[in-house]
Design a protein around this ligand. Structure first.
Ligand code: A3P
Length: 343
């Protein structure tokens, strides 16, 4: 693309007024957080750290390849788990390669650079050589995806509307969705794990930010419903985290059928073992433990944390449960999307 021509981008990118959002900013530590300013994008007002402004047009206009395989989701919906599942099925169960090359390289996170654009990230993460190397690599996530050999495996948390318009007609896309109450709990822990997010509030406040659409990639329901609406498209496979927890072999078989791969019971069984929570948590290629070397990641947390459905019950008081009920009913009134419950 000619550097002088501004890439076409159909959506308005609005910088948020700090005064108006003072309540949100109060709970982010400006000294260590890269979360210093935010934007809302497009008619649904998707919320991002301002670093997304630089990535948005590049991503919207990116070149697609027919053999690309995408995993998309709202954050904390079991994306990493699905990425490994999809990659293994698509690569004929190449466990040796998977052990050698971290998932982050085999299946890069398209818009990851949004956290690392701008001066603030340089100050926060520019502290030692390891930080700098990480910052350097991650701030090039778009180029990393663009220059990957085919077939590419691409992770994104963006809703379909912010991805290239021809995506579904060109490539295969797996969307994984999870009960938003568990997503919120998982996300809260994620914000603590990644200390550079700078969140200092409690879970109740975090939950309110989540349902008021004041956290990255919110509004949650708009993101999920955009994919749900396209679930019958031949290039879309819509999966639930809860279904995978309850019956992983069926999920593996659905993915295999979607990717046109014949699999044996033995292969399915071995993959399920590879993906089982306790094994996954120990697996250095997928568990993000290496990221703890970065100075602003908490050493006592972990990315592969608990892996349960319904864990939210331990975090919600009566008021929050009712609020969640109302919020979910309101957002599900115009759709037949329903989350499978696992007790
Ligand atoms: P919890 O924080 O609730 O444990 P993402 O990859 O989208 O960020 O999702 C992370 C969530 O998926 C975390 O949820 C994590 O523990 C869970 N997860 C990761 N691997 C898993 C596995 N093998 N089995 C079940 N859950 C898993």
């Amino acid at each position: 693309m000619n550097g002088n021509i501004k890439a076409y981008y159909p959506f308005e990118i609005k910088k948020l007024d700090k005064e108006e959002y003072a309540e949100v900013f109060k709970h982010f530590n400006g000294d260590t957080g890269t979360i210093e300013d935010f934007i809302r994008v497009g008619p649904k007002g998707y919320w991002f750290i301002s670093g997304f402004a630089e990535e948005a047009p590049k991503i919207y206009n990116m070149e697609l390849r027919p053999d690309d395989v995408w995993v998309i989701s709202y954050p904390k919906s079991g994306t990493t788990w699905m990425q490994e599942l999809v990659w293994q099925v698509a690569n004929d169960f190449d466990y040796a390669k998977a052990e050698l090359i971290p998932l982050m390289q085999r299946f890069p996170f398209l818009e990851f650079a949004l956290f690392f654009n701008g001066e603030k990230a340089q100050t926060v993460l520019g502290r030692n050589e390891k930080d700098k190397a990480f910052l350097d690599a991650m701030s090039k996530s778009f180029d990393q995806v663009s220059s990957m050999p085919s077939p590419r495996f691409i992770k994104s948390h963006l809703p379909l509307s912010l991805l290239p318009p021809a995506l579904l007609d060109s490539c295969r896309v797996v969307h994984v969705a999870r009960d938003p109450r568990d997503v919120a709990v998982s996300y809260y822990h994620h914000y603590h794990f990644f200390g550079y997010m700078g969140y200092t509030g409690n879970f109740k406040h975090f939950w309110n930010l989540f349902i008021e659409n004041k956290l990255d990639w919110t509004p949650y329901f708009e993101n999920v419903k955009e994919s749900w609406r396209m679930r019958d498209h031949p290039n879309m496979l819509f999966l639930f985290y809860e279904d995978a927890l309850r019956d992983l072999p069926s999920t593996v078989k659905r993915v295999a059928a979607f990717l046109g791969k014949a699999v044996t019971e033995e292969q399915v069984s071995r993959l399920c073992d590879h993906l089982a929570f306790d094994n996954f948590k120990k697996n250095k290629s997928v568990n993000f433990e290496a990221i703890k070397e970065i100075s602003v990641v908490n050493k006592d947390g972990s990315f592969i944390r608990k892996g349960k459905a319904g864990d939210w019950r331990g975090y919600f008081d009566e008021e929050m449960m009712q609020q969640a009920q109302r919020w979910m009913e309101h957002n599900l009134r115009d759709t037949d999307l329903r989350f499978p419950t696992v007790e």
